[in-house]
Design a protein around this ligand. Structure first.
Ligand SMILES: [Zn+2]
Ligand SMILES: [Zn+2]
Length: 271
């Protein structure tokens, strides 16, 4: 007879943490989608390009949604996936301020039904779980750590670790000033905001986004604190300066001896 522990080992042996980029841009068009990634087909982080990227069958598999902050390009598809999957419950994780934006502006009984309490408060379509900064949360088989980042609106990044210790950090939207963030995480992959090219370095601070020169300082800080540099994927790209970002990121990768590349819609990475 096989014990439960043995079954778990058999099931997870050789398991790879699979990350699929659904939306890699800050502006939407026919060819670009808004911020969203999918982990192992079941856990989405941000919902800017969630429903438009997935078939109905793929949407059906999404059990968990983590939201980094309340800007429209990150929460937009939450009511859309709820509407199509109203026969079941999707677990939504965010800080209180992000839930408040969702409840006030999208699932407010005007734009969409109040999915957080509908059809009943006990079994809603969207079950909202409130996260606290630095307080780890179990989400399915994952260990999720919300870490505050630097943005115009209250925002967190998420370190997501699977049962085998494989780990990513998704920054969401952030500007520079991440040293306290780096002290709490040790991922194998960093997925970082990269909305600006270097010509906008001065302008990047106010809205809270990064450009390659600002990322350079952050990565140097990461290496000083953690003693290594993980692979880096750049997302939330501004399509208008994407070629500049690509060139500047390549120079940065060379300078730091790091693996830095741009995300794109449909890109898959396994760890
Ligand atoms: Zn934002
Ligand atoms: Zn954004």
């Amino acid at each position: 007879m096989t014990s439960a522990a043995e079954v778990f080992i058999i099931r997870t042996e050789g398991h790879k943490l699979k990350i699929k980029i659904l939306g890699a841009h800050g502006f939407e068009s026919r060819n670009t989608r808004l911020s969203s990634i999918l982990v192992d087909d079941i856990l989405a982080v941000d919902a800017g390009g969630l429903t438009s990227s997935l078939s109905f069958a793929e949407q059906e598999r999404v059990e968990f949604v983590l939201l980094t902050h309340g800007h429209y390009d990150h929460i937009r598809d939450v009511p859309a996936i709820a509407l199509k999957n109203s026969h079941r419950t999707i677990e939504v994780f965010a800080t209180e301020s992000t839930h408040e934006i969702l409840l006030t502006h999208l699932i407010n009984g005007v734009l969409y039904p109040r999915f957080a309490t509908w059809p009943s408060p006990e079994n809603p379509v969207l079950r909202l779980h409130t996260l606290e900064h630095y307080r780890a949360q179990t989400v399915g088989v994952y260990h999720v750590l919300p870490v505050p980042v630097v943005h115009a609106l209250s925002a967190v990044g998420y370190q997501i670790t699977d049962g085998q210790g494989k780990s990513i950090f998704f920054s969401g939207d952030t500007g520079p000033g991440l040293s306290s963030c780096w002290e709490h995480i040790t991922p194998q992959l960093l997925i970082m905001d990269m909305f600006f090219s270097n010509k906008s370095t001065a302008a990047a601070h106010k809205p809270g986004h990064l450009c390659p020169s600002l990322l350079r300082d952050e990565l140097v800080g990461f290496r000083r604190i953690n003693g290594y540099l993980p692979r880096v994927l750049l997302t939330h790209l501004n399509p208008e300066v994407e070629d500049e970002i690509r060139d500047e990121a390549a120079q940065l990768a060379k300078e730091l001896g790091a693996d830095i590349s741009l995300a794109y819609e449909g890109r898959e990475i396994s760890l």
